[in-house]
Design a binder for this molecule. Structure first.
Ligand code: FAD
Length: 465
């Protein structure tokens, strides 16, 4: 019997995987394939941290099923595989990156010409980005009415289990190491300690969060020293879990899950924005920002990237990112605001750095997060609302526990000074073993001056637009 192809992409799971279930239901032998495509994404090919994750996640999947691994332009590789194996049908779950939509449309046409049927499904989002529309038939630009429309629409399907006894067929492919996903320099030790990529790790985290975290989410979610968020983002990004599984585990089953489910709708909204504005990762949504006078300063950018700005909460966040491949959402907002407002560097620089270093780097969420914090996105924080990193730090990390964890050189400073070491007297600094400019950097900019400079730049660009 001729086989069918089940093409894994952002859905590295067996349970609740619509394309895999449909391939199995065809009754034919199933060739499962993953293709590492660094050709079609252009500048958005996967970054260092996501490549590390991908390697681990594929390794986990390979333990369960005979997955064929290929590398190259997926539009060519998939066709070659279909021709070689005589497959008559191909199944996949839809991806919504603009480059993926373009590529997959071409692939569908090419397969059709060869009489191979392509079937696509939704396994990545709760709602298709084109489904949720306002009364005039346009897409939403503001989150609250968008989320209301999602609730009104409802109908989120319950997740399906894993298909039993899939008749997998084998085909020639590469070894996992041949994909070359692991870096030569072993910088990933902290990440390996922190995460368990793969479907099993994803379910463990979801189970733990549903049991212990979800009902306390609203109260705890803003405090980076507390284990108060789900940390499901990389699992959702790689599709080791479907949003339907998360929704189902919490909705109506866990008290006060509403606030958490709202965040899942932010994820939907981000992808909805990207679908309707394919240049969203590169261009400001609000065209008023097209000529914003961003500074170009590689040295400042490097200090920010490495967590050496002299602002402890900013530096702790950037070091958490470097060590674990993830950063708490509150701190993402603080470091983002600091980059674009206090340092006046382009949000695209921040977006690129996150793209390379986050294990959850995700085209929709990352672009939306950066445009939100830069004030140029749809439904964004207004540019003139500038986070004060010291006040944010005092409010959300009052005892400085988060700072101490990632900046141990400040661990002996009292909570009065840990948020702003430059305010401590020389005596207090020396008692804590801190020498500003030596053991820990002095602030790279003055907060109030840089704030005024940002507001001036904003008013100039506003009047020029
Ligand atoms: P939880 O608080 O437990 O939330 C649950 C899930 O909801 C998350 O896993 C995520 O899928 C989704 N979610 C939560 N907050 C948001 C949000 N603001 N926007 C969209 N979806 C959200 N998230 C990414 O997944 N990838 C990114 O590349 C990314 N880049 C960001 C860049 C900036 C500048 C900012 C401010 C935010 C970014 N976010 C990104 C959103 C958010 O910070 C992360 O989703 C969240 O911190 C992940 O941790 P968690 O899974 O514990 O989240």
């Amino acid at each position: 019997m001729k086989p069918v192809i089940a093409w894994f992409r952002s859905d590295l799971r067996l349970a609740d995987n619509p394309m895999l279930a449909a391939a199995h239901d065809s009754g034919k032998p199933v060739i499962a394939v993953y293709i590492l495509d660094d050709v079609n994404p252009g500048i958005w090919k996967q970054g260092g941290a996501t490549r590390w994750w991908l390697h681990q996640s594929l390794a986990a999947l390979l333990q369960k099923i005979p997955l064929v691994l290929l590398k190259g332009d997926a539009s060519k590789e998939l066709l070659k595989l279909a021709e070689k194996t005589g497959a008559e049908e191909v199944f996949w779950n839809r991806c919504y990156e603009p480059w993926a939509i373009e590529r997959d449309t071409k692939i569908k046409e090419a397969l059709k010409k060869k009489n191979i049927e392509a079937h696509s499904f939704n396994g990545f989002l709760l709602f298709e980005p084109w489904e949720i529309k306002n009364k005039t038939g346009s897409s939403y630009k503001v989150f609250t009415p968008y989320s209301r429309a999602c609730h009104e629409r409802g109908g989120i399907r319950p997740p399906a289990g894993a298909a039993k006894k899939i008749n997998f067929a084998k085909a020639d492919g590469l070894s996992l190491n041949d994909l070359g996903l692991m870096p030569d320099i072993k910088w990933y030790g902290g990440m390996a300690e922190f995460w368990q990529p793969g479907e099993e790790g994803a379910h463990k985290r979801l189970k733990r969060f549903a049991a212990d975290g979800a009902s306390k989410y609203k109260a705890q979610r803003d405090f980076p020293a507390v284990d108060g968020v789900s940390r499901l983002s990389p699992h959702l990004h790689f599709g080791e879990l479907s949003p339907h599984q998360v929704w189902d585990a919490l909705s109506g089953k866990v008290e006060r899950a509403h606030d958490y489910l709202r965040q899942l709708l932010w994820r939907e909204f981000s992808w909805h924005l990207l679908y309707h504005a394919p240049d969203f990762p590169e261009k400001p949504w609000n065209k008023q920002f097209t000529k914003f006078p961003w500074k170009k300063d590689k040295k400042l950018l490097r200090l920010w990237q490495k967590g050496n700005t002299g602002y402890p909460i900013v530096d702790a966040g950037m070091r958490q990112l470097w060590q674990t491949g993830w950063m708490h959402n509150r701190v993402r907002m603080i470091v983002g605001s600091f980059l674009v407002k206090n340092l006046l560097l382009n949000w695209r620089d921040g977006e690129d750095w996150f793209w390379d270093t986050l294990v959850d780097a995700d085209l929709g969420n990352n672009a939306a997060g950066w445009q939100w914090i830069a004030g140029c996105g749809a439904d964004a924080a207004p540019y003139f609302r500038i986070f004060n990193p010291v006040l944010q730090s005092r409010k959300f990390d009052p005892a400085g526990e988060y700072i101490k964890k990632y900046i141990p050189e400040l661990k002996n400073l009292s909570s009065d000074y840990i948020h702003a070491p430059w305010e401590a007297s020389p005596l207090e600094l020396s008692a804590a073993g801190v020498t500003l400019g030596k053991t820990y950097p002095a602030p790279v900019v003055d907060l109030s001056e840089s704030r005024d400079r940002a507001l001036k730049a904003y008013s100039v660009s506003k009047s020029a637009a």
